[in-house]
Design a protein around this ligand. Sequence first.
Ligand code: TRP
Ligand code: ZN
Length: 888
Amino acid sequence: MKDNQAPQAIYLKDYRCPDYLIDKVDLTFKLYDQDTVVLSRMEVMLNPDSKVESPPLELDGGDIKLVTIKIDGELVNDDNYIVENEQLVLKAVPKSFVLEIETIIQPQSNTRLEGLYVSNGMFCTQCEAQGFRHITYFMDRPDVMSRFTTRIEADKSKYPILLSNGNPVGDGALEDGRHWVSWEDPFKKPCYLFALVAGDLACADDSFTTCSGRKVDIRLYVEPQDLDKCDHAIESLKNAMTWDEEVYGREYDLDIYMIVAVSHFNMGAMENKGLNIFNTSCVLANPATTTDAGFQRVEGVVGHEYFHNWSGNRVTCRDWFQLSLKEGFTVFRDEEFSRDMGCSIKRIEDVTYLKTYQFAEDAGPMAHPIRPDSYIEMNNFYTTTVYQKGAEVVRMIHTLVGEAGFRKGCDLYFDRHDGQAVTCDDFVCAIEEANQIDLGQFRRWYQQAGTPELEVSTAYDSGTQVLTLSVAQYCAPTPGQDKKQPFYIPLRISLFDSEGQPIVVKVKGDRSDVLYINEYDCVVPVFERKQEICFEDVSERAIPSLLRNFSAPVKLNYRCLKEDLAFLVRHDSDAFSRWDAAQKLVLLSIKEQIQNCQEGMDLVLDELVVSSFEYVLQDQSLDDALVARILMLPSEAYLVEETELSDTDAIFKVRQFFKRSIATKLEALLLSRYEGNKLSVAYEATAEQIAVRSLKNACLDYLSVLGSDVSESLCFAQLASADNMTDESAALRTIVHQQLGDWRGALDDFYNKWQHEPLVVDLWIGVQASSPAEDALAQVKALESHKAFEQTNPNKVRALYGTFANANLVNFHQGSGAGYQFHADCILAMNKINPQIAARLITPLTKWSSYNLVRQKAMCDALREIIAQPDLSNDVYEIVSKSLADQI
Ligand code: TRP
Ligand code: ZN
């Protein structure tokens, strides 16, 4: 890419309100097999807040063919407008007028999957963030909110179902076997929430009566063969509607709630007003074809999109820099929802994800605050930082003001800003006002990127009976932010005595900011670079349990004894903290052995790890889901995040060593928990059953590495007898990854059995792409030409290329660099087909500085090969160029 063509960044500091407003939009779509005609009639007026004298009207576009423009019914001739940089600019326009624009688009050849496109013969739209401009010329920005009507015309036999936002208001027949349907959305909305669907779809329906007694029709539209996979999503939706009424006092506001499942989709799902569009992977679920994780994902995503109706749609974002206003908040809401639906280890899962992927993003070249200052391509900022770290920031606010205070703040926020497009700061202000508090310093979480580190040490004075915690905070520089100001960090703490009993916590001094959750558990804000926290009346050397429930998204460096961690695994009163202690213990031991491995010494298994695992496996009173989570060794990706100049071979070797040695030592116990957790009742995706299966399959995973006849036959027996996809795919995975028996035959049989279920085929692809076997790269290449693979389908691309690069440590990072080379070629192929997906595939390469020098160079070579190509999309250009800013 030459400098003079380098794409330009957009800055938050340049924000200006729109010069015009579009009050009302009437759209007509004439859908055909080739050209689709779009007629747009807009009521435009000068924005009274605009500071500009007679501003030109600038409408965004892109890849659309302009046919005609009319102002107040008069054709605008060629001299009175220009099309420049994809924008349509009208120089002199009245203060208030009707603008009509006719354009032509080609949805059939749209492989980018933004704007209007075709998936399996069905027309559908994706307008967030800036897809609407590929449908018609418009002010494609979220602070322009309009009332929409939509008329759709299409062939009646091919497209009997025609949907858009809001309520249906008319339909009728047309010539040539065509028909039309009209929709009206009574709520003002930004155009990113517009949606249209046309297809031959089956419908599962139900209804929900809201707290004020209004009946809402629920309709889930799917391809006819998927009608048997609708129940769980509908149940989840009704649960989400009830939950939002109970927890936030928020009711649904239209008479109809529609969800459409589509196979080709860039992300998980989209919250379009009244007409959510979902990736099939996030809505379809059936015991035979869907794993427990899949069921939980459906529940979470259905909840997420539903919750957006208030946090996103009724109150929306002023500009895209404010994305975390809706996404961070809505992720926080869906996390809490899933926990309330019974997932006891939800917090553990979410924290694991954050520490593995968000911490890595914060440590890399794409690090940005949850409210970024600039972007080249907005689609690149739908990140784990904006979503998951954004949710942590909302969670910290929740912690600081408490359940009731948070509800008061949210009530004020929703009531004050209903129908508006607002900023993250408006949210913080509402919380502050409702609670009479000052979140001034706390706001730095919105401005500063990077993961703060807390350095904690303790000193106990038996004379005064005071336990002192010395806390220092530090945050490493991130791109564009060399120096950081101290963060406001809620640190949640408990203390335990040598018997494992909690100690009453009493923070010394006159600190009105300390929050006591109960007498044993408190939240102490840390806001200076260095600070001391003193606990009074501590009668013995207490063992602290720090950062309980992960009260802030920080790295905690507390050098404690491994014995203390093993002690907390047994005695901490809180499940999250027990898991956290176990993870820290295992992590310390694994790190020691990685060092040993690199120094060519023999590997040894820490007795404390074995005894801790033995303890949790033996304690039948513990929650099975928790035991399964404790047994799960830190992932390879997390070990990369936790080590410097990571040696991927050593990480893999040590992790395998731990698995094998633990399995050897605890074989009998693992076997008995495996047998004891076989369910004899019919499959249900309940929290209880999911917990039982998770422990069973965690045991199987350990046993499978023993390579004994017993363990091999266990895996094959489970594969043959499974009546659900959780057990079936878990068995297939161990068989393939350990290359047990006729593993190739098992793969073939599985494919033959499930080839007509695309989501199961994705699992089948993923199992192979993540295999540590030596020929896995060759296998991945072979799969590229398998008839099940399609570069135009993001689910297939994620299953093959995404899994290989993100979940196959040894093969992606093989010393020859062949894994990186292959991946660079995939990214370049995808750049032409679907830039959003291509850009997301780059993520594993952006983390080059985490690996040892040989890998660093090979990864940078791959990035340089990409940047050298002409015709890079903005999406790919932005990420690769930022990744190479500090290249070696
Ligand atoms: N707003 C969507 C969500 O619920 C995100 C999303 C869906 C999206 N599809 C997209 C973002 C396409 C960018 C591009 O999180
Ligand atoms: Zn969202």
